[in-house]
Structure formats: C-alpha cells, structure tokens
Design a binder for this molecule. Structure first.
Ligand SMILES: NC(=O)c1ccc[n+]([C@@H]2O[C@H](COP(=O)([O-])OP(=O)(O)OC[C@H]3O[C@@H](n4cnc5c(N)ncnc54)[C@H](O)[C@@H]3O)[C@@H](O)[C@H]2O)c1
Length: 365
C-alpha cells in the first residue's frame, strides 16, 4: 500500500489510499473534513450520525459547522460493553429504516470503539452495506479501533464473536476530542499505544514518557502508533498471518474484559493481558522477566481494577471459547523480545493459569 505523509495547513496529516485518513486538531480538522465532504458529497447527501450519550454532549457540537449544510439524522446509543450486542445493531437498523435510508446514505460514526465496532457492523450490513466514515473520539479508537476495518459485536459473552472486515471510506482523527475524555479512558487508550510500541516500534516508549501532554503530545504519539497498525493491516487485512501480532496481550485481555464486563475498560484488561503474556513468553523462551521490568512498569497501571484468584476459572472458560482458538488449542502471540513477536503459539492451560496467578500475586505485591 502507498502511504504518503503530507502537510496541510501546518498540520502533519497521514493519508493512505484506502481508506482516506487524516490526523489533525482544531480548525485544520474542520478544514480537512469540509474539503473531503465537498469533494465526495452533494448538498442532497443524507447522513446518519451514530454517536453515544457522551459524544452526543461533548463532540457533536464540533461538527455543527459542517453538518448543518446537509440532511442529517442522529442515532444515539449507550457506549457500554454490555450493549455491544446484536440487539443494539437491530435498533440501529430499525432507525435507519425509520429515517428512510437508502444505499446512498452515509453513516458517520462519532465515538469510541463501541460506536466504531457496532456502527461499522450496522453500516456494513444494512442493505448489503452503505458507506461509513469513522470519527473516533477516544484515544483507544483513534489509535486502534477505528483502523483496520474490523467491526462487530459480542455474542454469548464472547468478545467480537460476530462481525466482518470492511473499511470505512474515511477515518478522520481529531485530537481536540480528547480534551473531554476522562483520565481513565486516556490511560485505557494508552494501553494500545504501548502494545504498538512493543510489537513494532520501541521508539514510541520515549514519546509516551514525554510531558506536557498537550494536543501536540497526542498527535505525535498517534502518528507513530497508527503507523505501526497500518504497517500490519496494509499487508494482512484479513488476519491470515502477520496481523495476528496486533492481538498481543489480547487472548488473556479479552477473556479478562469479558469476565469483568463493565468493571474494567478494554485498555485496562489489555494491560493485564500483556503482563501475563510477557510472563508466559519468559517461560516459553527461557528469559528472565526482570529484563523487561522497565517496560512492565510502563504497562502496569496500579490504579486500575485487577483480577483475583476467584476470577481465574471464569477467565479460563471464556478463553477456551475464544474464536481465535484453532484445533482446540489456546493460541498466543508471544514475545521473544521487544519488536520480535511469534504468532500461533499453543500454550498449555497450566502455563496460562500460572500467568494469571502471577498477575494476582503481582497486583498484591
Ligand atoms: N475494531 C477494532 O479493531 C478494535 C480494536 C481495539 C478495541 N476495540 C473495541 O473498542 C471497544 C473499546 O473502545 P473505547 O475504549 O473507545 O471505549 P468506549 O467506546 O466505550 O468509550 C469509552 C467512554 O468514553 C466516552 N467518550 C467517548 N469519547 C469521548 C469524548 N471525546 N469525551 C468524553 N467522553 C467520551 C464514551 O461515551 C464511553 O463512556 C471495545 O469494545 C473493544 O473491543 C476494537
């Protein structure tokens, strides 16, 4: 794929062939979005904005200048992992019918990973697929969930069990949205940035520790972090091989997230999953885990929820049902070293349980 880096209105923008995308803030975001709309849509284009109860209050007003010129309907959902279900998708489909949407209607997703995953699936399946644009508003969605065309919902308490791969037409990242994002959600998003640093670019660690954390801070981090994700999805969109490295920490992380539904954020669960996976890796590849204590310090978040010994059996049960299992094995992305991942490693239940026990001991140390 052909990635170009361009400068528009003093803002470094990342532009790729499919989908089109840019990272900016303030007025330059509106300028770039308006230019895209002018080029691709007419005044008759019917937009349906999907937002959530928070982005409706905090983010929608930033788009008013642009959307006021078009015919727009709005659907607002609850952003909560519990509601990332087919029932929510059905309620979106019903609204799309109520608003007389046709195949030319364009959905505009304004929210975090829940809005992007659920809305992307609703758009990709309504009338065999209508166009959609992602405007991610959480750090996590800006660096990860909005990219790579994976969308879908949870099913039977298993994460992302139903879904498909389909890219939006445009991904427009505006770091100004982060100003209203609670600190806990910023930390949650940082987990996926740390993952990108581990799997593909350790220079990101230098940026993570930098202060002050202003708009420029997140923009610089996002450009580097997104570059890692794009370098993977551009060569393996459907996750047949290399893309699996993006699941580092997720085999355990997803199971923890499902076991502690709505008590833990996605990023908090992935942080735990990454620490447990480094523990498994240390045994599998026979290295001293203390070699990575500097990185584990950056991954860990002492103020976030953790697991107890009592949670382990449920986490194991959920992990065994994960869709990424193959031939009855629980497969992992393990780490030989920073930036050196090994995919499809079957790990025994014993070793996984040991790593979960390590997590509980670690949290109580
Ligand atoms: N498709 C993918 O590739 C992919 C990758 C990673 C994660 N995910 C999914 O993403 C989901 C998590 O996404 P998330 O962490 O963005 O959570 P989220 O969408 O639940 O958003 C977190 C909270 O922040 C609020 N919010 C969003 N933007 C805001 C803003 N600018 N100001 C104030 N509040 C705001 C939301 O209303 C919500 O309460 C999980 O379901 C995860 O599985 C998907």
């Amino acid at each position: 794929m052909n990635n170009r880096y361009e400068t528009i209105d003093n803002t470094e923008a990342v532009i790729s062939t499919a989908p089109v995308s840019f990272i900016s803030y303030g007025n330059s975001f509106l300028f770039e979005l308006q230019s895209y709309f002018d080029e691709h849509f007419t005044k008759d284009t019917h937009f349906v904005i999907l937002d959530d109860n928070n982005t409706h209050n905090y983010c929608l007003n930033l788009l008013t200048k642009i959307i006021d010129n078009y015919c727009v309907d709005i659907i607002t959902i609850e952003a909560c992992e519990n509601d990332k279900t087919i029932d929510t998708v059905i309620s979106i489909w019903n609204k799309l019918l109520e608003y007389h949407c046709d195949r030319k209607t364009v959905m505009l997703l304004l929210g975090g990973g829940i809005v992007c995953d659920t809305g992307g699936f609703a758009a990709s399946t309504f009338k065999r697929g209508i166009s959609y644009i992602s405007i991610p508003t959480t750090l996590l969605a800006q660096t990860d969930a909005a990219w790579g065309g994976k969308n879908g919902v949870n099913f039977n308490n298993i994460k992302n069990q139903i879904g498909l791969f389909n890219n939006p037409n445009l991904i427009a990242v505006n770091t100004s949205f982060l100003k209203t994002l609670p600190e806990r959600q910023l930390k949650s998003g940082m987990a996926e940035i740390i993952k990108h640093a581990i799997i593909g670019d350790k220079s990101i660690f230098k940026y993570i520790e930098q202060t002050p954390k202003d708009d420029e801070y997140y923009k610089k981090l996002l450009i580097k972090s997104i570059a890692v994700k794009k370098s993977v999805i551009d060569v393996d969109f459907k996750e047949n091989g290399k893309r699996k490295i993006l699941n580092f920490g997720h085999t355990i992380g997803h199971a923890i997230e499902a076991a502690m539904l709505n008590k833990i954020t996605h990023g908090e669960a992935i942080r735990l999953g990454m620490i447990a996976t480094i523990k498994i890796s240390s045994e599998y590849f026979d290295f001293d885990i203390n070699k990575y204590s500097k990185y584990i310090k950056i991954i860990e978040d002492n103020n976030s929820p953790t697991i107890n010994k009592d949670d382990i059996s449920l986490i194991m049960k959920i992990m065994k049902d994960d869709k990424k299992n193959y031939n009855g094995n629980i497969n992992f992305v393990l780490m030989k070293d920073i930036e050196d991942m090994v995919i499809d490693v079957p790990v025994s239940e014993d070793k996984i349980i040991k790593s979960l026990e390590f997590l509980t001991d670690y949290a109580n140390k």
